[in-house]
Design a protein around this ligand. Structure first.
Ligand code: SF4
Ligand code: SF4
Length: 354
């Protein structure tokens, strides 16, 4: 007999670090239709959420300013593309061996009806992939962060590909809470994990939603240590998942897109200072705080700076991680979920700045 316990044991044995189960009725009418996972598999009764820890040490090179490749390749691409899918595959087999269906859903991006950047419908460009297409494939065809010409395959359904909100789905599985930084926090790993899911028609016993002590300290270290000032310390977004209130700071996602990958003049050792000083054709205006971030401006940034870090891993090359490291450092020192996990803290001195 397939039980929640059996699924969790299979997930942990296969390599997930956490596994929680939610019931599909936690996605109520307030979830935007285009992002409501109920439409994915209408007969699904349960959602199984798995968290895969990000080793703290893959951020060490960025923390020291010595190695930037390991975090995006190992802990972003590696977990999302290789490690988590193999665990999903294994757990899916365990479920289907019992006669239930397992709809596997690995982490992906830029394939939905709405933009994974800001939730907007329609054409939203994907700058780094556009550069790849223009320079290597020699075509001008735009790559978008949404699928542009999609339409519902059934009258009462939504257009494919449906992408749902991973972090809120993890809340629905009882794994943890949203932090002010918009990162998902768990009692076990703070902000250091990635997520993957299975939807199944198996009626599994759901876990309660997390209702322990608050995991986010509302310390605003993530706001202060964002090089682009992308996170508001006042404005917030509030939603309810299965009756649980979730709140996080308003994030300028497009600005984060620029700073996360390119860091800006104080946090990108790969770009000569003169390039920032010259700011040819105003291409770096967003990074220099002289323009609002929109698709066109972000395209300019990516086009101007792509040659300074040419190899990529299918994922943006992270040069930031400021909010994650600030959060880990704060939670280790002040407590709520990461204290005592490591013998030595992530950060022992002042963070570097060029
Ligand atoms: S990833 Fe970097 S740029 Fe984006 S919000 Fe976090 S600190 Fe700011
Ligand atoms: S840095 Fe502080 S405010 Fe930001 S997510 Fe972490 S605990 Fe919350």
């Amino acid at each position: 007999m397939l039980t929640a316990e059996k699924v969790k044991i299979a997930a942990l044995e296969a390599g997930a670090d956490l596994c929680g189960i939610g019931s599909m009725d936690r996605f109520d009418e307030n979830v935007p239709k285009e992002m409501n996972p109920k439409f994915l598999f209408p007969e699904a009764k349960s959602i199984i959420g798995m968290a895969f820890r990000i080793p703290r040490g893959v951020q060490r090179g960025i923390e020291e300013g010595t190695q930037f490749y390991q975090y995006p390749s190992m802990a972003y691409g590696g977990i999302n593309e290789i490690y988590a899918p193999s665990v999903l595959y294994h757990v899916g087999k365990v479920i289907e061996n019992e006669g239930y269906e397992a709809m596997l859903y690995r982490n992906t991006g830029a394939r939905g009806v709405v933009s994974d950047m800001d939730g907007s419908l329609g054409n939203t460009l994907s700058p780094e992939e556009q550069i790849e297409i223009s320079e290597r494939a020699k075509t001008e065809t735009a790559h978008h962060r949404t699928v542009q010409f999609t339409r519902p395959a059934r009258e009462d359904s939504v257009a494919p590909d449906l992408q749902f909100h991973f972090r809120l789905a993890a809340v629905a599985c009882g794994l943890g809470e949203m932090g002010w930084s918009k990162m998902f926090l768990t009692p076990q790993f703070g902000p250091l994990q990635r997520l993957a899911f299975i939807f199944t028609d198996a009626p599994l016993e759901p876990d309660p939603l997390y209702d322990g002590p608050p995991l986010c300290r509302r310390c605003m270290a993530c706001v202060r240590q964002c090089p682009g000032g992308c996170l508001s310390d006042k404005e917030s977004i509030k939603v309810s998942v299965g009756g649980k209130e979730c709140e996080w700071g308003k994030l300028d996602e497009w600005k984060c897109y620029a700073f996360y990958t390119h860091g800006g003049r104080y946090y990108n050792p790969f770009v000569p200072k003169e390039v920032f000083d010259k700011n040819e054709d105003g291409a770096l205006d967003v990074l220099e705080g002289k323009a609002e971030a929109d698709e066109v401006q972000i395209m300019n940034v990516y086009t101007a700076l792509s040659k300074y870090f040419p190899s990529w891993v299918g994922y943006n090359m992270a040069k930031c991680g400021g909010c994650i490291r600030a959060c880990v450092s704060m939670l280790e020192r002040k407590g709520s979920c990461m204290e005592g996990r490591f013998k030595e803290p992530l950060r022992t001195g002042k963070p570097w700045q060029l």
